[in-house]
Design a protein around this ligand. Structure first.
Ligand code: NAD
Length: 475
């Protein structure tokens, strides 16, 4: 059963009740799953007022109180993981096992925030005059407008909400209309964990209308967005016009550097499995492959073999390893990258197009022999595409890896300490993974540089974007 969906404003779940609704569909079948109520202008104002009112109390709450709510959210998420995950698979398409892992990872983020929020320390600064006391405190910035995406509909929303709430802020969250069940479930987790009314509010509707309404409201002091670079730049510009802080987790185009001395077959297997995760709709998906000449053929052959063995199907079928793309826009976007690569001389070794039928299935695709000018080498594919190219030496591959405006994740495979050190120092990326994938744990900061964003989620940095610094001096 797919859950019924609601707005969540001032501690109350609100159904359509005469509001406009959006039909939610299963991307694997196009079957209608349910209806999502859209917030009216009055609903948005009610959510803003509730968040503003709740902030006056929540900002003074003890860290122990905030910690207890967040810990309980983690427990409830674990208890409800199977049901939440099933609905995610229905409206997002990812295989059930991936959806369960996402919910459990979200629980860990809530638990990490519960621990870290008790350690939001200030500092005492030695004075010039011994009669002076001067210290620095960190205070919650205020009401946050948060916008979370559809690719990890529970995980991305949870990271924003636990950081804001743990810091003592209140939130108006717009979840992803494409895949809304997870954010609806998230609101219920916080509600049932005893979060006071108004601290978290959830709204739905036309993204551009809601973001304008919220960001331009004088009540909002902070904007947090995860999504594409163009939308992120648009929202950051709007926030800048009103001098509001931003956290931006935007797209990437992760380079993979496989050196001659790597364990080539192991790297190819790991990378191919990672490539099809969530059908490649992952901001840190490996998406530009540079393989050193001597091992290029071996890598391509091992990688393609794994890709050819991937079973596609509805995410609720236990044998499915890859589900559909989330919406028709992505199918078109991915297909046009493949066509461009073909025109530029690329050879499609596997996949290359959508599957027949109503679902948004796109075959995992391996393309070789394409030049660096191909669009897929410069634009984030956000789909199951793997363009594989050759390189000769380290300086050349670093220059090519750093040639795009993105700087999110990167992957290096080598057994040489010298090579890995030089590459880790030289890569323009917020995250460097050497010989394995180790991101997205709550204890590690996650974020990008260049066009990939501003700020980190997770790690001991998780509250930084939600706190203002205040100096107090006294004699
Ligand atoms: P898109 O740019 O159309 O939308 C991305 C998300 O932003 C959607 O959830 C959408 O509802 C929201 N959005 C769009 N306009 C908005 C506005 N004016 N105000 C507020 N929210 C708005 O792209 P898409 O085809 O849905 O997704 C693919 C792209 O999104 C990819 O290129 C990828 O970079 C990006 N993306 C990144 C992440 C990430 O984790 N960084 C997650 C999801 C999507």
């Amino acid at each position: 059963m797919y859950p019924s969906l609601s707005l969540y404003i001032n501690g109350r779940f609100l159904s359509a009740e005469g509001r406009e609704v959006q039909t939610i569909r299963d991307p694997a079948t196009q079957e209608a799953l349910g209806e999502l109520p859209w917030a009216t202008g009055e609903d948005l104002d009610a959510a803003l007022l509730a968040a503003d009112h709740a902030f006056q109390t929540w900002r003074c709450s003890s860290p122990m109180e905030r910690s207890a709510v967040l810990r309980r959210v983690g427990e409830l998420a674990r208890e409800r993981a199977n049901d939440i995950a099933r609905a995610i698979t229905q409206d997002n398409g990812k295989p059930l096992a991936e959806a369960v892992a996402e919910v459990l990872n979200s629980a860990e983020h809530a638990e990490w925030a519960a621990e870290e929020c008790r350690r939001i320390y200030g500092r005492v600064v030695p004075p010039r005059n011994p009669l002076v006391r001067q210290w620095v405190v960190r205070e919650p910035v205020g009401v946050c407008a948060a916008f979370s995406p559809w690719n990890f509909p529970m995980g991305q929303a949870m990271k924003k909400v636990v950081a804001a709430i743990g810091a003592g802020c209140t939130v108006v969250l717009k979840g992803p209309e494409e895949s809304p069940s997870a954010v609806d479930a998230l609101a219920r987790l916080f509600h049932d964990a005893g979060l006071p009314p108004g601290v978290l509010n959830v709204v739905w509707g036309v993204p551009s209308t809601i973001s304008k309404h919220l960001i331009e409201s004088p009540i909002v002091r902070k904007v947090s967005f995860t999504g594409s670079v163009p939308v992120g730049k648009h929202l950051a510009a709007m926030a800048g016009a009103h001098m509001k802080r931003v956290s931006m987790e935007l797209g990437g185009h992760s380079p993979v550097l496989v050196f001659d001395d790597a364990d080539v077959e192991q790297a190819a297997t790991l990378l191919a499995r990672f490539k099809v995760r969530n059908a490649g709709q992952v901001c840190v998906s490996p998406s530009r492959f540079y393989v050193q000449s001597r091992v290029y053929d071996r890598f391509v052959s091992a990688f393609t073999e794994v890709i050819n063995s991937v079973t596609m199907g509805h995410g609720l079928q236990p044998e499915s390893q890859m589900g559909p793309l989330v919406h028709a826009r992505r199918l078109e976007a991915v297909q046009s990258l493949v066509e461009d690569a073909r025109r530029q001389g690329g050879e499609v070794l596997s996949g290359g197009g959508r599957l027949p039928g109503a679902g948004h299935f796109f075959a995992p695709t391996v393309i070789t022999g394409l030049p660096d000018t191909a669009r897929v080498m410069n634009e984030e594919p956000f789909g199951p595409l793997a363009p594989i190219t050759r390189f000769t030496d380290l300086e050349e591959v670093l220059r090519r890896a750093n040639s795009v405006p993105f700087g999110l994740a990167s992957y290096v495979f080598t057994h040489s300490i010298q090579t890995s050190t030089r590459v880790a120092n030289g890569l323009e990326a917020g995250m460097v993974n050497i010989n394995h994938f180790g991101m997205a744990h709550p204890e590690l900061p996650f974020g990008g540089i260049k066009d990939s964003g501003i700020g980190s989620e997770g790690g001991t940095e998780l509250f930084d974007g939600y706190l203002a610094t205040k100096m107090i001096t006294q004699i």
